[in-house]
Design a protein. Structure first.
Lengths: 181, 131
């Protein structure tokens, strides 16, 4: 009999654990009634930011995209318009974050990363909405509300991520290596 | 973990550049409100009398025009970027009291005279959005 044994590397376990936290936040958020279509707190992005600052962009991309796919499967949104909006937003923020992590860390903390990611998220989604879902100028009328929402959620999520990073500056779990300086 | 890091220090969570980013984000919000919530710019006026389109004139030069309505002459005045009904023989003068129209899609109707003016713009305007 052949025994198939899958060995997960410590990095895999870490990404899986953090993705699970992000997915849990997505599910919790789906239960919150929302005032306007498109306005969401984006709590899972707190995890993505912490991962980005502590372990780098590659891990953040894994967590962010796993969150989009698994979260949409759990909510029954997979391949529905909401899934593509989520995916476009996540990809746009990841591209922006890839550039933004090179900002000098002394002056620009998680709050900057969070606000930039929130605006990239919004921008990517607006392009998709305008081109595909609502090909009409009326979408533009929502932009001021959406940018204000992006600013507020970006600030709050950034503060939450900064607080988590400050509280627990180094990973405590066994089998993990310290972050690169 | 020591006591100093156990409680949040809100000031320490914001770095100098973060304040800049936040300011830029708020500036973008204000800018977008001005850019997208300002009514559509009008560039022409359509004048109708008794169901017929009498004239479609640009709003770039001042001009006064008398139109034959059901009750007599209705006077339409055009100024750069705006238009109004200056005089109408109708009994209640609603269209005259509406004053200058400036946004695309704005309408003044003199019902008894069967005369109306409507501003046109390059951008299509809408009454409402629904989901």
């Amino acid at each position: 009999m052949t025994v198939l044994r899958i060995e997960a590397a410590p990095e895999d376990l870490r990404i899986a654990r953090l993705s699970a936290a992000a997915i849990a936040l997505s599910l919790a958020e789906a239960a919150i009634p929302l005032p306007l279509p498109g306005v969401k707190p984006g709590l899972a992005n707190i995890i993505v930011l912490v991962v980005l600052v502590r372990w780098g962009w590659r891990d953040a991309a894994w967590v962010s995209l796993l969150r989009v796919f698994a979260g949409s499967l759990l909510l029954g949104q997979f391949l529905a318009p909401g899934f593509f909006l989520s995916l476009t937003g996540a990809l746009a923020s990841l591209v922006t974050l890839a550039a933004a992590v090179h900002l000098p860390a002394r002056f620009f903390g998680p709050v900057t990363l969070s606000i930039l990611a929130a605006f990239a998220h919004l921008g990517g989604q607006l392009v998709l909405v305008r081109l595909w879902l609502v090909p009409h100028e009326g979408v533009l009328y929502l932009i001021p509300v959406l940018t204000l929402a992006a600013t507020v959620t970006g600030l709050v999520n950034g503060l939450a991520a900064a607080w988590l990073l400050q509280r627990q500056p180094y990973p405590a779990a066994p089998g993990e290596h310290s972050p690169a300086p | 973990m020591n006591a100093a890091t156990a409680t949040p220090h809100w000031r320490a969570l914001l770095r100098p550049g973060d304040v800049l980013t936040l300011g830029a984000a708020l500036a973008l919000c204000v800018f977008s409100a001005f850019a997208f919530w300002r009514g559509a710019h009008a560039d022409g006026v359509e004048i109708r009398a008794r169901g017929q389109l009498v004239a479609h004139l640009p709003l770039n030069a001042p001009r006064t025009l008398a139109v034959d309505g059901a009750l007599g002459k209705t006077v339409v005045e055009i100024a750069p970027g705006q238009a109004r009904i200056a005089a109408d023989p109708g009994p209640r003068q609603y269209c005259v009291r509406q004053g200058w129209l400036r946004q695309a899609g704005a309408v003044a109707i003199c019902a008894p005279s069967e005369v109306s003016i409507r501003l046109t713009g390059s951008r299509a305007d809408h009454d409402s959005l629904a989901y």
